[in-house]
Design a protein around this ligand. Structure first.
Ligand SMILES: [Zn+2]
Length: 499
């Protein structure tokens, strides 16, 4: 769900289930946390070892519940990589053997990108042995590293979807990872309380996430029972103080607004490649930047961190029933909340915030569809249109409530209304959250500007906040303070933090 690489989501498939897990624990191997349920039932166990360092190959031993005759892998994968295009993740699995509880072998038959079929049903847990051979990705120098994996002398970063074979109906999974001597494991799963390893609460938590083996000890920040584990790699290592100083206040704002006490740890992997990109997972993300990160360019990389982190709430938990028709909310409101969090944390100046509003106006002018019917076209015009919608609503609520309420209250209401994202939302939920915050003609707004083609009333909202839209030479929009603004508008602008 990054701003520039939307690769795996581009086929508009939905990944994972909207299950909110309330597990506690910490991010390092062997930390305190919940034990596996005493009755494992549909639980699974995995032991992962490095079978060959270069090119990377893993050896996986798995004990899976015998609830079906299917073995599965995620079908979500980056496009444009030959082996994955043709065979899916099973294309990098080799030497797969299955055995019944008595040790007798069970035949496995490939059934394409989705996995394999077992020749017979076992009467108890099925044991698998297999290798995951990343040689085809290494040969291409780890293409789409944020989405699949990456290894160098310092770290191994892997997407769960590339590693885990699962069965339908599988519940929690214990994951043991045999790291090289002196290395650390960072994962988005709580530690298993009764020993080393981790517990992923569901198959989506297992496969729609990243985990990392690294030579350097990961950093972490904690806020309101929410732990963010930071793994800065390559050129990010020199900026680890700035990264920590950015994530800490942002995570505090988000967790105060949308509480998630006892949630599993969240993992941020800051990848060493020099390119602009990012990929969001259920409890983790990976991102890359072009220029070495530091204090000078924090407005840019910090906003991306803030954007990706807010997807933990808006995107992975708050989810629209209709994926395409709610991207204006999922992406646009995430971007606006990131912009505002950066301003409120003092990580960007008011002028930098106004500059990002100007960019949204310029991007939105290129939107060729309505906000609710973007077809298959995602990207800056849609995201910025969504961000401006968030801005307009925030301003309207602040204005009508004389600064008592704002867009935060809408998110809080939607969070409660969807039972913290356990239930998918539609427009009626959004409207109810808006009505609960501030009465207004929200339905009319939707018909004109979201499902309809009427342009967003940006100039009017800017005026309400004591701002104005000026066209620079070349027609570039420029949002500025209006020195002739009315007293009430100046008061609202000051309260917003733009003076
Ligand atoms: Zn996004």
């Amino acid at each position: 769900m990054g701003q520039t690489r939307e690769g795996t989501m581009a086929n508009w498939t939905r990944v994972g289930l909207s299950v909110l897990l309330l597990l506690c624990g910490c991010a390092t191997n062997g930390g305190a946390g919940p034990a596996m349920p005493a009755a494992m039932g549909a639980g699974a166990r995995y032991a992962i070892a490095i079978d060959r360092v270069a090119p990377l190959r893993l050896h996986v031993t798995a004990t899976l519940p015998s609830v079906a005759d299917r073995l599965q892998m995620s079908t979500t994968r980056p496009g444009g990589i030959d082996v994955l295009d043709r065979q899916g993740w099973p294309g990098i699995v080799s030497g797969l053997r299955a055995a019944a509880p008595d040790g007798s072998p069970i035949g496995v038959e490939p059934v394409g990108e989705e996995g394999w079929r077992l020749a017979r049903e076992a009467t108890g847990p099925v044991t698998l042995h297999y290798q995951v051979d990343y040689a085809p990705l290494v040969a291409l120098d780890w293409p789409a590293a944020n989405e699949s994996g990456y290894a160098d002398a310092d770290a191994i970063v892997l997407a769960g979807r590339s590693v885990f074979i699962t069965v339908p109906g599988q519940s929690a999974s214990h994951v043991g990872i045999d790291a090289p001597e002196g290395w650390h494991v960072a994962s988005p799963w709580p530690g298993a309380g009764d020993g080393p390893g981790f517990v992923a609460g569901s198959v989506p938590d297992l496969v729609d996430n990243l985990f990392v083996l690294t030579r350097h000890r990961p950093d972490s920040v904690r806020s309101e029972g929410f732990t963010v584990t930071l793994v800065p790699l390559g050129h990010w290592r020199q900026a680890s103080t700035e990264v920590r100083g950015t994530v800490d206040p942002i995570a505090r704002q988000y967790t105060r607004l949308l509480p998630v006490e006892g949630a599993p740890p969240y993992l941020m992997v800051l990848m060493p490649q020099r390119a602009r990109g990012g990929e969001s997972f259920r409890n983790s993300f990976a991102m890359t930047v072009e220029d070495p990160p530091g204090p000078g360019n924090r407005a840019r990389w910090g906003n991306t961190l803030a954007h990706e982190l807010f997807h933990y709430w808006n995107g992975w938990r708050l989810r629209g029933k209709d994926y395409a028709a709610t991207q204006w909310f999922q992406e646009g409101f995430t971007e606006y909340m990131a912009n505002r969090a950066m301003l409120e944390a003092g990580l960007v100046t008011p002028d930098q915030f106004l500059q990002s509003l100007s960019t949204h106006v310029a991007n939105y002018r290129r939107l060729e569809s309505t906000l609710e019917a973007p077809g298959t076209r995602k990207g800056p015009p849609l995201y910025s249109g969504g961000a401006l919608t968030a801005f307009l609503w925030d301003v309207a609520i602040r204005d009508a409530s004389e600064g008592e309420r704002d867009l935060d209250d809408v998110f809080a209401a939607l969070w409660r209304r969807t039972d913290r994202g356990a239930r998918d939302y539609d427009w009626r939920d959004i409207r109810a959250a808006l009505d609960a915050t501030q009465m207004h003609d929200w339905e009319g707004f939707r018909q004109r500007h979201l499902s309809g083609r009427e342009a967003l009333p940006i100039v009017e909202a800017l005026r309400t906040l004591g701002l104005q839209l000026v066209e620079k030479a070349g027609g570039q929009p420029d949002v500025r303070r209006d020195h002739a603004a009315a007293t009430s508008a100046r008061a609202l602008r000051a309260q917003y933090g733009l003076d």
